[in-house]
Design a protein around this ligand. Structure first.
Ligand code: PEP
Ligand code: MG
Length: 332
């Protein structure tokens, strides 16, 4: 089994009927880089940058960040790296910085509904501009994309893009030969509001990354951390799937890249459903890549589409779970 999965590393992620699927890795800590290289992932679909801000008393400056991003881009040897700007707040509190007054506490009684993600960066523009400059410097070494967390309105994307353009102009004046056009600027779809407004957000963003972890939490009003209501946390609840489908279709209509990067992207049992909904790009923890690749290679898109239609007709999460358990790839 282990050998078979190792052999998969060199095989392409292509369905039986020849459709190519992009399988990328999520990266949370730099020490995961060697595992990603081993996994067969083609690039990084979600680089969570919170690690850079943890376990230190000050905000890392532009040079420190640029060096960290460049290290990841270099390690990917020409494969694309999607770098998500700081997703601070919600369950991702970075206490040392808050307690030193470097950013206002993103707390409040209900931090998941307060100043987090892009909301914080648009208030703390120094922090945001420093990170954007560092990412653009890493873009000199290989293909990158910039990803904004917790976006809910088109105005946030416009404001972020204004800052992005301004930072780029400043770097060009400093003599940096930045790519033209600039690397794509995309957004997480991780709230029901963003999913339902996907068509208007698609006018402002260059790509979507669907974050099913938060999307399920906000849709079902159940915390993603352990609570007494955790049995209700279910990314396969029809409400979550319908939001995913709506956002995916909005992106496909605009011919805009869309990927899924929540935990469900790494579950091979869900690969046929995601392909059937039109998704062709998945980003996951690197250990999951071989099995998801195996799942991709064992199905045909027609079957996946038919299966997804059957799943989307269901209203009962338990019935959806059993349909998924019963799915069998037809021999082609
Ligand atoms: C998500 O919310 O699904 C996601 C991918 O981002 P994170 O898990 O970092 O919140
Ligand atoms: Mg999230």
């Amino acid at each position: 089994e282990k050998q078979r999965l190792a052999k998969l590393r060199r095989l392409p992620a292509v369905t039986k009927d020849g459709e190519t699927v992009e399988l990328q890795a999520n990266l949370e800590l730099p020490m995961e880089l060697p595992m990603i290289a081993q996994s067969g992932a083609v690039g990084i679909g979600l680089l969570r940058t919170e690690f850079l801000f943890m376990n230190r008393d000050d905000v890392p400056d532009e040079d420190v960040q640029a060096e960290a991003y460049a290290q990841v881009v270099d390690a990917m040897q020409g494969d694309p790296v999607t770098i998500r700007v700081l997703d601070w707040g919600g369950e991702k509190q970075i206490e040392s910085l808050v307690s030193r007054g470097l950013v206002p506490g993103a707390g409040g009684d209900n931090p998941a509904l307060g100043v987090r993600g892009i909301r914080l960066l648009l208030k703390e523009t120094d922090l945001f501009e420093t990170q954007l400059a560092a990412i653009l410097r890493a873009a000199l070494r290989g293909p990158v994309r910039v990803l904004l967390p917790m976006v809910t309105t088109p105005a946030e994307v416009r404001e972020a893009r204004d800052l992005y353009d301004r930072v780029a102009r400043r770097l060009r004046r400093r003599g940096l030969d930045l790519p033209d056009p600039l690397p794509p600027l995309g957004i997480m779809i991780e709230t029901p509001g963003a999913a339902l407004a996907a068509d208007s957000l698609a006018l402002e963003a260059d790509f979507f990354a669907i974050g099913t972890n938060d999307l399920a939490m906000y849709t079902l009003a159940v915390d993603r951390a352990e609570t007494g209501a955790s049995h209700l946390y279910d990314p396969l609840h029809p409400a979550v799937l319908r939001l995913m489908q709506f956002a995916t279709e909005a992106a496909l209509r605009m011919r805009m890249p869309v990927s899924v990067c929540g935990e469900i992207a790494g579950d091979p049992r869900l690969t046929p459903l995601l392909l059937g909904l039109g998704i062709r790009s998945l980003s996951m923890t690197s250990g999951a890549v071989p099995r998801v690749k195996q799942a991709v290679r064992s199905v045909a898109i027609d079957d996946c589409a038919r299966f997804a239609r059957a799943v989307m007709e269901q209203s009962d999460p338990a019935r959806i779970a059993s349909l998924i358990a019963e799915f069998k790839a037809r021999a082609v």
